[in-house]
Design a protein around this ligand. Structure first.
Ligand SMILES: [Zn+2]
Length: 266
């Protein structure tokens, strides 16, 4: 059942492969910990008793008797058992996701919709905003109005990608996201026409320009002239940002657990 749980997390809850793996190992840790505490062998991956798993979720949750163990890895253990409980509910209900436990608050016809909106968009966009915010604030220089004028002048008031003399917007040659690690600073900001801007999307300048090596060279020379060194090969930074990214969803899950507990007690 371990692999099934893993794919359910990545497919249905859009968790990253890293998170899904660490949740999977946490489930094993819980089986082990439970065995040590109760002298009863337990393999959660062979257990589909929802009531039992929900009881474990309480025990390893905030205020539960194994709270301390549940807090391990910034709450990874607690989040893992909560995810496992949702996974069993999902299996049992034959595909309909049920997250809320209080019937009074649940409107049956929009639960799935609301849930999928939360899973698919809200958290992902908060995670991306955090990464954008961090990357945009690295270093201490700021990109001024004069810098923008100078940048456009450098590119002779033309789009850096296609050379058209259209209305020009600021574009990050290397996009500011977790994968590309671009920054908002002089050297990475280039003028782009609205057509290139929207066609380029999340690609970096090299991917967008493809075989147009001449243009790629012009942009790279510009980056060099402004001492802009791309962060793309920095594994340490990437790992730190991955942590920040994951932490946003743990924060949400932590508060969901607290609020769910509140309604369960009422
Ligand atoms: Zn263009």
């Amino acid at each position: 059942m371990k692999n099934e749980f893993k794919s359910w997390m990545t497919e249905m809850e859009e968790k990253s492969a890293n998170t899904a793996s660490s949740y999977c190992s946490s489930i094993n840790s819980i089986s082990q910990h439970y065995f040590e505490q109760n002298k009863k062998p337990l393999d959660l991956y062979t257990c589909d008793d929802i009531l039992f798993v929900n009881a474990l979720k309480k025990d390893y949750g905030i205020g539960g008797k194994y709270e301390e163990f549940g807090n391990k890895g910034k709450g990874t253990v607690r989040n893992a058992i909560a995810a496992y409980a949702r996974f069993l509910e999902y299996k049992k209900s034959g595909g309909v996701i049920e997250v809320k436990t209080n019937k009074k608050r649940r409107s049956t016809n929009n639960t799935t919709k609301r849930n999928s909106r939360y899973k698919k968009y809200a958290i992902g966009s908060s995670q991306n905003s955090l990464i954008r915010n961090i990357l945009s604030r690295l270093g201490n220089e700021s990109f001024t109005e004069d810098d923008w004028k100078e940048t456009k002048k450098h590119f002779t008031n033309r789009c850096a990608y296609c050379g058209t003399e259209d209305k020009l917007d600021m574009d990050h040659a290397i996009p500011i996201n977790r994968e590309k690690l671009g920054e908002h600073r002089l050297g990475n900001i280039v003028p782009a026409c609205s057509k290139c801007n929207s066609n380029k999307g999340d690609k970096d300048y090299k991917e967008y320009l493809g075989s147009n090596t001449e243009r790629i060279k012009i942009i790279e020379e510009y980056m060099n002239s402004k001492n802009y060194v791309p962060l793309e090969d920095n594994d340490k930074l990437r790992k730190i940002l991955d942590l920040a990214y994951e932490e946003v969803s743990s924060i949400a899950e932590r508060y969901i657990t607290i609020i769910d507990d509140l309604f369960m007690r009422e």
